[in-house]
Write a protein that binds this ligand. Structure first.
Ligand code: SF4
Length: 406
């Protein structure tokens, strides 16, 4: 069995040499499009995964008019448009600005904020982390210096239920009673809940100062060299935030959302292989709002009695349905590095208890966190399932076994 089955490998643990970069990150954005084999790709940051009804309609329209007719939900709950035609960048930007999806040209790629997607909807959690999202997003976009964060730097805001606390945030906020824990690397402080968004911003400031001091071009906290620790206490003091050190804080660990009803006024569905067609986006409506999740699903503020209708639209509405917990990277033909059309194989994956991720090469883009089954294409047309060579023809049986018996 591979280490990837039970733990997500980290960049720092894979380096033999100290990291030194002399360039910014090339992460795609809404204004910086990436050329892929299936056209251009744009990644739209959606803090907290949040979209209004009008923005859902806009995304569907844009996907049809400029892209390949669909939207991918990323492992950070962002939206990705693929197959964009050459030269459509200005038109795309204008549409996004008009729809309120591009509030800052300078900060668009640093608005990476994942939050507990059901916060405030189902009675769990002890703070509305989605309110923290709005405030942190406004603070981020209003701080000129924050534009220096990389497009990979991640804020994670957990409402206390523990569903997102373990998703590898560079800055993590966890609600606990009326307080919040703010954590960067191994350092954590307890602050008043009302100060939590400002504390998260201060923590990002501490990281940038540590990165400048280290001079190695770190994009993420885990890339800071030994001895360069973000000065969180000083950053909180500079921001005027009262804070108490939290010694050896344990982050809560809760399960990801399961598809189905969420309280009385919302429902949760998964996007098949993380993709929503324009028709499926529109099928989510009417809804007061939707929230894309880091598990490639959508919380829909709508009557949960609509779940059968959403299922009829091709969305995954039950945890035991085929397609639940199955993800894949872009694979062929969209990615030149891919050794196979892994999405076609993933679409045939049998149901099972554990998440499974299909990858076209060893980078394993978009793999889940925690424990998952690793299916990797090899150059000879066959696969490795948790490291075991598996002929393509035996893939369904091998995946079923790995998902259910481990
Ligand atoms: S895992 Fe490899 S093949 Fe898949 S999208 Fe990433 S780079 Fe491409």
């Amino acid at each position: 069995m591979l280490a990837a089955m039970s733990a997500t490998p980290h960049a720092s643990s894979q380096r033999d040499e100290p990291l030194i970069r002399d360039r910014g990150d090339a992460c795609p954005g809404a204004l910086r499009l990436h050329r892929a084999d299936d056209g251009f790709l744009a990644r739209l940051r959606l803090p907290g995964g949040w979209l209004t009804e009008r923005q859902v309609e806009l995304l569907a329209d844009v996907a049809e008019a400029l892209g390949d007719g669909g939207v991918s939900v990323t492992s950070r709950g962002n939206a990705e448009l693929r197959g964009l035609r050459d030269g459509c960048g200005s038109e795309l930007a204008a549409l996004l600005v008009r729809g309120g999806l591009l509030p800052s040209a300078t900060h668009e790629r640093v608005r990476n904020i994942v939050a507990s997607p059901a916060a405030g909807l189902d009675g769990f959690g002890c703070a509305d982390a989605q309110l923290w999202v709005r405030e942190l997003d406004a603070l981020l976009c209003g701080a000129a210096w924050a534009a220096a964060l990389s497009g990979r730097f991640l804020f994670v805001l957990d409402d206390g239920r523990g569903d997102v606390a373990g998703l590898g945030g560079d800055v993590t906020l966890v609600a606990a009673g009326g307080h919040a824990l703010v954590r960067v690397g191994r350092r954590a402080f307890r602050v008043a809940g009302a100060d939590a968004p400002r504390a998260a911003l201060a923590a990002a400031d501490a990281f940038l100062r540590a990165a400048a001091d280290a001079g190695n071009g770190a994009w993420r906290v885990r890339e800071l060299p030994e001895g360069h620790v973000p000065g969180l206490a000083g950053a909180l003091a500079r921001a005027g935030i009262a804070a108490e050190p939290a010694t050896d804080p344990v982050l809560p660990h809760g399960a990801p959302l399961a598809p189905g009803p969420l309280g009385a006024d919302a429902a949760y569905v998964l996007a098949p292989l993380g993709r929503l067609t324009a028709a499926q986006l529109r099928a989510l409506l009417p809804a007061d709002e939707v929230r894309f999740t880091p598990w490639r699903g959508v919380v829909v503020r709508t009557d949960p009695a609509r779940l059968p209708e959403l299922e009829a639209g091709g969305l995954v509405t039950r945890a035991d349905a085929p397609g639940a917990g199955v993800t894949a990277c872009t694979g062929r033909p969209g990615c030149a590095k891919s050794l196979a059309d892994v999405r076609a194989e993933a679409a045939r994956a049998p149901a099972g208890r554990l998440p499974v991720h299909f990858s076209g090469c060893e980078r394993r883009c978009g793999h889940p966190h925690g424990t998952w089954v690793d299916v990797l294409a090899t150059g000879d047309g066959d696969y490795l399932v948790d490291g075991a060579a598996t002929p393509r023809t035996s893939l369904p049986e091998a995946v079923a076994t790995a998902r259910t018996t481990r």
